[in-house]
Design a protein around this ligand. Structure first.
Ligand code: SF4
Length: 472
């Protein structure tokens, strides 16, 4: 329990869903820290609880309401002790629900969407005065300009790996997705702003940066001189930062996978050989109904070009099974695509309607048991592929960024260039460094390795040579 009379306000932030929400939560933590808050891990002790929500998963709003039910009880208990903690809901569910959230969960004091969290200090002043605050518009002012420059939440944790949002929103309007409605139109930050933020992260000890965007490869930032920069330009500029070892980006759309970006996978040595490129379905009719704006064969051509540019690149994807109207033959087309690609990792889901999206209104919904059966088939295949990919790295020496404490005493955890999670027998002193590691054992979801050959100097992480014949 928080000591009574503690002079410092405390905040607890719970982040759901995607990496962009993790980034947003970190930036909210930065903002609150600069306002004098201490970020703590226990919601029951906090003066401010923020749920940074995600709308992608099934029944997302219902899950948030159940969590709010628990927080309401905690708030009532705190009030008996003379405290009055504020409850705030942020993120995509907040954006979608708006006023409805306060109506259904009166314990909530503040509801704000992903585009306005830079106004948090002002919103908190209003909420503290007893106003029920709902802010879900898409303001024209730039959120990123208004955020504090330093990334205290990342740098105080001495993180070796960090997210950096470079682009937000989406203009693609896939018929199953709420993002264009909750995050708004595509917006790209300026390259100067991004390079600045990356430089500060690296100066604080970060050696791997993952660039984030809902449509990250649609990035089209404009610099102070009015010149346009696409993602390969930005990756080039960032690769010049001394001390930055690794670059990644996610999530990409096949339509924006240009030849120039594919060439960056060949030419930019800091760009890791891993790409998350969602296809969703292997059937052209379904891709069209999803408004994905590409065919299955166009997707395969992109992968062929990528593999020609970077033969060891590992590929990951998202899949939706049981999209409205999906036939058995169309589902089998998805299985065939998976078989022909050979994925290193993947995320797969049953289609579930999102209110307000076109596909939710279709009267050709696939019955639940059929969706469940298709998902089980697909996941079985994807798991086998991931395990095979992992086994291919057994006995291979890979550079591993040791970015966390491991599961067991005497272990650190990290990521290979292919984003595989790995536990390594290594002393704490190596936390935050890149080490050559021999993969001793591969499991379906993670690897185990031992140190082999010392540190990899940050600016010279070399091209990895894998076992002959290895593909993702
Ligand atoms: S491209 Fe991605 S973010 Fe945009 S609508 Fe489609 S699924 Fe949603």
């Amino acid at each position: 329990m928080k000591p009574t009379g503690s002079p410092r306000k405390t905040a607890f932030i719970r982040s759901y869903g995607c990496q962009m929400n993790v980034y947003d939560s970190e930036r909210m933590a930065d903002l609150l820290t600069s306002e004098g808050y201490e970020i703590i891990d226990a919601p029951g002790d906090a003066d401010l609880v923020i749920l940074n929500t995600c709308h992608i998963r099934e029944k997302a709003a219902e899950k948030v309401y159940s969590e709010l039910g628990r927080l309401r009880i905690g708030k009532a208990h705190a009030q008996t002790e003379g405290r009055n903690p504020l409850i705030a809901v942020a993120g995509c569910v907040a954006q979608a629900e708006g006023e409805e959230m306060i109506r259904r969960a009166p314990a909530v004091d503040l509801v704000f969407g992903p585009q306005v969290y830079h106004r948090l200090p002002q919103l908190l002043v209003r909420a503290s005065a007893g106003e029920k605050v709902v802010e879900t518009e898409f303001p024209t002012e730039e959120k990123f300009d208004a955020l504090p420059n330093d990334r205290r939440s990342v740098t105080s944790a001495r993180a070796a790996s960090a997210f950096l949002t470079i682009q937000e929103g989406c203009d693609k309007f896939c018929t199953f997705c709420v993002v264009p409605y909750t995050r708004g139109a595509e917006f790209s930050r300026s390259p100067e702003e991004i390079v600045d933020e990356a430089g500060r992260l690296v100066a604080a000890g970060v050696s791997e940066i993952t660039l984030l965007g809902q449509n990250v490869n649609a990035y089209h930032g404009v610099d102070g001189a009015g010149r346009g920069h696409d993602l390969p330009d930005l990756l080039d500029t960032l690769a010049d930062i001394d001390g930055l070892a690794r670059l990644r980006y996610t999530t990409s759309h096949p339509r924006d996978m240009t030849q120039k970006l594919i060439a960056a996978h060949r030419d930019n040595d800091k760009l890791m050989p891993y790409l998350h490129l969602p296809i969703q379905s292997g059937a052209d009719r379904i891709l069209d109904a999803m408004n994905r704006k590409h065919t299955a064969s166009e997707y395969l051509t992109i992968l062929a070009d990528l593999r020609a540019a970077r033969p060891d690149i590992a590929i990951s994807s998202d899949f939706i099974v049981g999209f409205p109207g999906e036939t058995e033959a169309e589902f089998e087309a998805t299985l065939r695509i998976v078989e022909s690609v050979g994925y290193a990792q993947a995320y797969s889901f049953k289609y579930s309607p999102r209110p307000g999206t076109p596909a939710a209104d279709s009267d050709a919904q696939v019955p639940e048991p059929v969706k469940a059966e298709r998902l089980a088939w697909l996941q079985d295949l994807l798991e086998r592929q991931q395990f095979a990919f992992n086994r291919n790295t057994e006995n291979v020496v890979l550079p591993v960024l040791l970015d966390r404490v491991g599961r067991m005493d005497g272990q650190l955890a990290g990521r290979t260039p292919y984003l595989q999670a790995i536990q390594v027998d290594a002393p704490m002193a190596l936390l935050g460094t890149i080490q050559q590691v021999r993969v001793e054992k591969a499991g379906p979801h993670s690897l185990f390795g031992v140190l082999a050959g010392g540190a990899v100097p940050v600016n010279t992480e070399t091209r990895i040579t894998l076992l002959e014949g290895m593909t993702s």
